[in-house]
Design a protein around this ligand. Structure first.
Ligand code: SF4
Length: 373
């Protein structure tokens, strides 16, 4: 009998060292105008018995690897541990990677595990904890609206059963923008959900999408989003700069002229406005995604607020040509941080050829970023 387990398409970058356990398939909402991840995929809850079987398969593979490994885990270890069973080696590789990082974290897929009944979710969480006592963190994506509808008692029970961190897509705190992109919730619900999750003891990650309101609602997107964060004080605020993806309603809105994307420089201005309005919080702000231009804008509030603003101001004080050269270098992988910027013949050549081909840098950047998604 092969020891396989089902895997969904995505996880947050911060879950790179987690084992993935799929408890639902796809997204029960699936209507956000900017999102393409589960497009045309029907949502379903996986039977609890199937999820338990997956956890047991991971356990069996982990046991076999640990029983076989001598000093280190090599491909030879995995082949030997697998022996004659029909499991594709891929599953052994997934578990081996997790073993090498100490089997400390688990991520529940897909888009909103909290739609499961508290009883089913707690059964799954308890089984993970029983099978893998080394696990310190179990994490999931969760929709604010779903959390908002849960009772405080249910959230406490889920937290006590072992779910420790929730990744919540706020995206925007503006009711206008939320409605524009069909997010299906309001600022009041975002605040209520966040406060309930924090009160239940979860580490909460709130995602904010600079640029989601387009040029039309840039200021509102920044300021209203900051209001949500100030009221929730999540553990993490994660920046996800908006990039319109072909095939999404947002992309169509752009084509029809009803939503105007921000340039890279405008997105930096929006992030500045957002950070400027954050107050009274102790959250960690991260730029842990390639879509963000200034990866160095990271820190802990309130201590690092001025430093983060100073990095942004350094960028905004550069000449337009230097800004655009940095943008190109960052997008093609030559620069990572603003401090990495230096005059570079290769970038100069690229800059002039992009100007010639696209007319402006932002058009070229949109093309490059589409390929990252
Ligand atoms: S809730 Fe999340 S996964 Fe679902 S459509 Fe919206 S952004 Fe995509």
């Amino acid at each position: 009998m092969p020891y396989t387990f089902e895997l969904g398409p995505i996880r947050p970058p911060s879950e790179a060292y987690s084992i993935l356990i799929r408890v639902t398939r796809n997204c029960p909402w699936n209507k956000c105008a900017f999102c393409h991840t589960y497009k045309d995929q029907a949502f379903s809850r996986r039977p609890v018995s199937d999820v338990i079987a997956d956890i047991d398969a991971i356990y069996t593979i982990a046991r076999r690897i640990l029983d076989t490994a001598e000093k280190s885990i090599t491909i030879h270890t995995l082949q030997k541990a697998k022996g004659n069973d029909d499991t594709p080696l891929y599953y052994y590789e997934q578990v081996a990677f997790w073993l090498q990082y100490g089997m400390k974290s688990v991520f529940l897929q897909d888009a909103n595990s909290l739609v499961l009944s508290p009883k089913d979710l707690c059964t799954i969480l308890s089984h993970i904890k029983n099978r893998f006592p080394t696990v310190e963190r179990i994490t999931s994506y969760a929709r604010a609206l779903t959390i908002s509808k849960k009772t405080r008692e249910d959230l406490h029970a889920i937290r006590q059963a072992g779910l420790t961190r929730l990744h919540i897509g706020m995206e925007s705190g503006s009711d206008t923008v939320l409605s524009l992109v069909n997010k299906g919730g309001t600022q009041a619900q975002l605040i209520d959900a966040g406060q309930k999750a924090v009160e239940a003891g979860f580490d909460v990650s709130y995602y904010y999408m600079p640029g989601l309101g387009g040029k039309e609602y840039m200021e509102e997107n920044a300021i209203q989003s900051a209001i949500v964060i100030n009221n929730v004080n999540p553990t993490f605020v994660r920046l996800r700069s908006t990039v319109p993806i072909p095939g999404t309603p947002l992309y169509e809105m752009m084509e029809h002229g009803t939503w105007t994307p921000l340039s890279e420089i405008e997105k930096v201005n929006e992030i500045r406005l957002f950070i400027e309005h954050l107050q009274g919080i102790t959250s960690i702000l991260t730029s842990d995604h390639m879509m963000n231009l200034l990866e160095d804008v990271e820190g802990i509030f309130p201590h690092d607020k001025d430093r983060m603003l100073a990095i942004i101001d350094d960028f905004l004080a550069m000449s337009k040509e230097d800004q655009e050269k940095f943008i190109i270098g960052r997008r093609v992988g030559i620069y990572r941080y603003l401090n990495d910027y230096y005059p570079n013949f290769k970038i100069d050549q690229l800059y002039y050829s992009i100007k010639q081909q696209y007319g402006n840098v932002d058009k070229a950047v949109l093309e490059i970023l589409k390929n990252f998604i």
